[in-house]
Design a protein around this ligand. Structure first.
Ligand code: ADP
Ligand code: MG
Length: 459
């Protein structure tokens, strides 16, 4: 049974304030957004480094300047960091603000101040955050048998995190692998900010501030990796400098793509496509598109993600039952996202929007594949190429082009290239043995119609 703080009788629990540094409390004070009675049972009168083993959760932890411990509190595991009161209070507030801005950071739980040991001598404050489940510090990640492309993806995830933080005006001041946690969630990778001690929120960051942050990140990463390497903890083929440089390069390309075109008119969805395609080419997957209306037109928020191979096809299969190649899946999902954003349905379940997208966008389009091409072009490939073609037409016209128009133009101008001429066909047939699979009726006659009027597009 953990020993109770002798001053727990006088202890208080208060709602977190938004501003201001309070005076040194005389009795134990737990500042938190919501109260958890279990917090009062912890041995606050002992230095954190001496807390009993049975309270601690043995989970991987990164290198830190301060004493950090993972502690079981009821069903939860909290990360506790012993630091001076002003620093604890400041970091707590900052983490709260970042969380409110929906940024990927650890979740602040409380600041514990007014600690005293059994002789009444003051102890430092403790910042309590929620342990980020399944997260791994880089030492645990890089020291494993890390595939080179995984190392690259981790760095990409860090570039996404830095761009997102900078876009909201957060200057980190101490970017390093030790201050980031990595999370692998199915085929996706994300990076979370864990140490905000040196950070600051501004209205906007200057280019100089951003460059400084990135430069420091590069130096720290190279140093941290070299340190691992000298301890034989890094696979031989990992090049520390190359990884550091990759962060800088990925950060810059992501930043310029995301901040490039920032507003567009309602009939300029093609501009969004352009940007999303560019992010795809950079190797980022776009997971969320959000439209916001502002004085100077609609604004688009794009949230890039770092994912593993196969992410898009798994997701598309789950949402629509379509089982297609990765690049096609990515394209189709982009169109689904654009459809969702343009119909202002961000708050609806993606599963429901996907069903409508299938019925209103995908199916009417692939039904238009002329009969003679149905054995030669796969529906997903057809749709993918229509999207390309529609984009090409829109850019030329300077405004969006309706789906029906794009399909008609594609069938007339591009599809004939798919036609295998009679002679070549005869040769192929002559080559082939018996047992030809006739997959002409992939979609069945009941759904396929040659009548263009049978197709309906929502817009
Ligand atoms: N909420 C948390 N979830 C998971 N790990 C955490 C959490 N908070 C801290 N850690 C681990 O503890 C390490 C040190 O924390 P950090 O805040 O960076 O301390 P310091 O300010 O002393 O550098 C981190 O690298 C991380 O591995
Ligand atoms: Mg740290």
């Amino acid at each position: 049974m953990p020993q109770l703080d002798p001053r727990a009788a006088k202890a208080t629990s208060v709602q977190a304030q938004d501003e201001g540094v309070s005076a040194e409390p005389q009795a134990l004070k737990i500042t938190a957004a919501s109260s958890n009675p279990k917090m009062f049972t912890l041995p606050w009168s002992k230095p954190l480094a001496t807390w009993p083993e049975e309270l601690l959760a043995n989970l991987p932890r990164g290198i830190s300047r301060h004493v950090v411990r993972f502690v079981h509190v009821g069903d939860e595991v909290y990360a506790m960091k012993e630091i001076t009161r002003p620093v604890a209070e400041r970091e707590y507030e900052l983490l709260r603000r970042l969380k409110k801005l929906d940024l990927p950071t650890v979740t602040p739980i409380a600041v514990v101040t007014g600690r005293h040991d059994d002789n009444g001598e003051p102890l430092e404050a403790i910042l309590v955050t929620k342990h980020l489940k399944f997260s791994l510090p880089y030492r645990a990640l890089f020291a494993r048998n890390l595939r080179p492309d995984t190392a690259g993806r981790l760095i990409d995830a860090l570039a996404v995190l830095m761009v997102r933080l900078h876009l909201t005006g957060f200057y980190w001041g101490d970017v390093s692998l030790s201050n980031v946690l990595f999370l692998r969630d199915a085929d996706a990778f994300s990076a979370f900010l864990v140490d905000a001690e040196t950070g600051d929120l501004h209205m906007n960051l200057t280019e100089g501030q951003r460059e400084y942050d990135i430069d420091l990140a590069r130096t720290n990463i190279i140093g941290e990796l070299m340190d691992l390497s000298s301890g034989q903890l890094l696979p031989g083929e990992v090049d520390e400098i190359e990884i550091g440089n990759r962060l800088v390069e990925r950060y810059h390309s992501l930043w310029s793509t995301l901040t490039d075109v920032d507003s567009f008119k309602p009939d300029e969805m093609w501009k969004i496509e352009k940007r999303v395609n560019k992010l795809n080419e950079l190797g980022f997957y776009v997971d969320e598109l959000e439209m916001k209306t502002s004085d100077d037109g609609n604004r688009l928020m794009v949230r890039p993600r770092v994912v593993d191979a196969g992410y898009a096809s798994h997701k598309l299969l789950r949402l629509t039952g379509l089982d297609v190649q990765e690049n096609q899946a990515r394209r189709l999902l982009n169109d689904l996202d654009a459809y969702r954003a343009s119909t202002w349905r961000q708050d609806e379940d993606l599963e429901i929007v996907a069903t409508d997208w299938m019925r209103e966008q995908f199916e009417p389009t692939v039904r238009m594949i002329p009969r003679e091409y149905r054995t030669q072009i796969e529906p997903a490939q057809f749709f993918h190429e229509i999207l390309d073609h529609r984009w090409f037409l829109a850019e030329k016209a300077g405004h969006d082009v309706p789906m029906g128009e794009a399909v008609a133009s594609y069938i007339e101008n591009v599809l004939p290239q798919y036609k295998i001429d009679r002679k070549a066909m005869d040769a192929i047939i002559a080559d082939a043995d018996a047992g030809v699979v006739d997959d002409e009726y992939t979609y069945g006659d009941d759904v396929i119609s040659d009548d263009p009027d049978a197709a309906v597009w929502s817009h």
